[in-house]
Every structure is written in structure tokens, then in C-alpha cells.
Design a protein around this ligand. Sequence first.
Ligand code: ATP
Ligand code: MG
Length: 223
Amino acid sequence: MSPHPSPLAPHSHHAIGVMGGTFDPIHFGHLRLAEEMAEAVGLERVLFIPAGQPPHRGVPRTAAAHRLEMVRRAVAGNPRFEVDAREVQSPRPSYTVDTLTELRAELDTEQPLWLLLGADAFLDLTSWHEWRRLFDLAHIAVAARPGARLLQSDAMPSELKNEVSQRQAVGGPSGSVLLRQMTPLGISATAIRDTLARHGSVRYLLPDAVLDYIHEHQLYRYP
Ligand code: ATP
Ligand code: MG
């Protein structure tokens, strides 16, 4: 009898999620977004891909190796979550469109790929490098985030709104947009960094394993 096929065999069409971010540090907002979207869309795996040199913002204050290790610790207990270090290992700036192109080349052409985004990131999408191509490479799942008015149609720039309205309920491996509420968690890495800088408590905003790592390496001690 042939061995049971691996769920990740090239011919399986299980959906894969991509959760990008600076993760400086990773927190429960990121993890819940991935967990709730994985459940909603039926994702077999979610790849957490920490950004190396994010093109949209200044160089993160925390070394990529630390941000990567915090993500590793955060996802360690979840068999469906994985870390993908390709962006932090790349010497070039990490554009999402390039990362998705690489992933596409590694996957079966029929395999659905879902880019997972918070609403603030999605509403900024038209500023991303070759943003329209993102829809050719992946489906996009967007989670409402406290403070971002995602589900009001006037919140979206008209170019984005037009693209989305053409993209509803498309089948196949890419091209649709799902806008979805998630459990609202008003957590941000910025607020966590600020609180740590004044030696405040960030317990219960992020996994203990991440907090332990932050303390071991004395991260975020100064504003
Ligand atoms: P910073 O404050 O440094 O910008 P952040 O908390 O926004 O950090 P990012 O790494 O910028 O985290 O975000 C990565 C992704 O996670 C983005 O798509 C963002 O919208 C989403 N995200 C971050 N925090 C939350 C949250 N609390 N709820 C839902 N989505 C979130
Ligand atoms: Mg952010």
C-alpha cells in the first residue's frame, strides 16, 4: 500500500495563508487575525513572513533576527502556523508582490493562496508596489481592525473600490476579496513598544513566550 499522501503534496489544493508584517513585536492581534481567517477560509497552513526591509516605512528598530525569533516562538504551539524567513533573509527590500510571485512558483497552480491583511494595511494597498498584480497572485482576506473604517464604502480609495467590486466571488486560486469582521483587538505593536519603553506591563497583549524573549534580550527598553 502506498504511504498516505502528505497534506502538502504538490497535487493537493489546500489553501495557504500568508500573514506578513514587521512583527515588531508579534502580538495577539496578528495571531487572532490569522486564526480567525484560517477558520473562515479553511486554510491548511498560514505562513508568517516577517518583513526584512519594509518598503512602506522606516527600517524597523528591532533587528530582523529578533523579530523572526519572536514570530517563531509565537507560532510554535500551532501546527497550522509556520514561519517563513525568506524576506528577512533577502538582501533586497521585500515587496509583497515578489514574495507572492515566489510562493506561486513553488505551489501547484490550482492551490489557493490567501493574503491576510488588517484593514489599515488593505486601505493603503494602492500605495504598494504593483498592487493590482496582488489580485492575480492571491485572494485577499481583510479583517476589520479597530480604528479603520473598512466596511464603509467611502473608506476605500476609488481605484481600490473599483478593483474590489470586479473581484467579488471569483473562484480559483486567486483574485477574490473577502472583507470580514474579526474579534476586535485594539492591540498594536506601536503601543506595545511605547509601553515597554516606559517599563509598563504588556502582559496578555502578546504570548508569554514572546514577552520572555523580549525580557531576555532587553528589547524595547528605550523610546
Ligand atoms: P505597528 O504599530 O508597528 O505598525 P502593527 O501592530 O500594526 O505594528 P504590523 O506588523 O504593522 O503590526 O501589521 C501586520 C499586519 O497585521 C497588518 O496587516 C495589520 O493590519 C495587521 N494587524 C496588526 N494588528 C492588528 C490587530 N490588532 N487587529 C487586526 N489586524 C492587525
Ligand atoms: Mg502597522
